[in-house]
Design a protein around this ligand. Sequence first.
Ligand SMILES: CC[C@@H](C(=O)O)C(=O)SCCNC(=O)CCNC(=O)[C@H](O)C(C)(C)COP(=O)(O)OP(=O)(O)OC[C@H]1O[C@@H](n2cnc3c(N)ncnc32)[C@H](O)[C@@H]1OP(=O)(O)O
Ligand SMILES: [Co+2]
Length: 134
Amino acid sequence: MKIEHLGIAVKSLETSDDLFARLLGKGNYKKESVEREGVTTSFYELGESKIELLEATNPESPIAKFLDKRGEGIHHIAFGVENIYTEIERLKKAGFIFISEEPKDGADNKLIVFLHPKSTNGILIELCQEKNAV
Ligand SMILES: CC[C@@H](C(=O)O)C(=O)SCCNC(=O)CCNC(=O)[C@H](O)C(C)(C)COP(=O)(O)OP(=O)(O)OC[C@H]1O[C@@H](n2cnc3c(N)ncnc32)[C@H](O)[C@@H]1OP(=O)(O)O
Ligand SMILES: [Co+2]
């Protein structure tokens, strides 16, 4: 397992892309909308991990709700796993609660699931696996 990406909720990708490009000294490598999640993402490479900036595409988006309640900032940590199905079973046996137990398509060619923050010390955790890995 590794930290695959940190998800950061932002009000405006245009503004935050400018900030992160200056901060990291390089631009994003990808911008991708995932309409089912109500987000547009912008990805930056950072060593073996990534930064995922997330802008809401509609008012019901988890990112829009998060921005209303908490403002801009770290929204989730994504753990990269070899096999998302065996990790879901392992974590369920260990007592963790998933928002949904069925992996779905995420951004950047990944299968993803989320653990509920109420079972993980108030931190939203995503598991993600390369789509063609298993
Ligand atoms: C681009 C795709 C993908 C990728 O490939 O990487 C992504 O990263 S998508 C990212 C956006 N998608 C998601 O976040 C999906 C998972 N999240 C959810 O299903 C919901 O946001 C939630 C966590 C179940 C909360 O939804 P809901 O109960 O409807 O929202 P509330 O606003 O009422 O919050 C309830 C409760 O939960 C706290 N909360 C909300 N978001 C977070 C968060 N990111 N981290 C920690 N805690 C969070 C919120 O503050 C409320 O707490 P209380 O006020 O104490 O009740
Ligand atoms: Co993510």
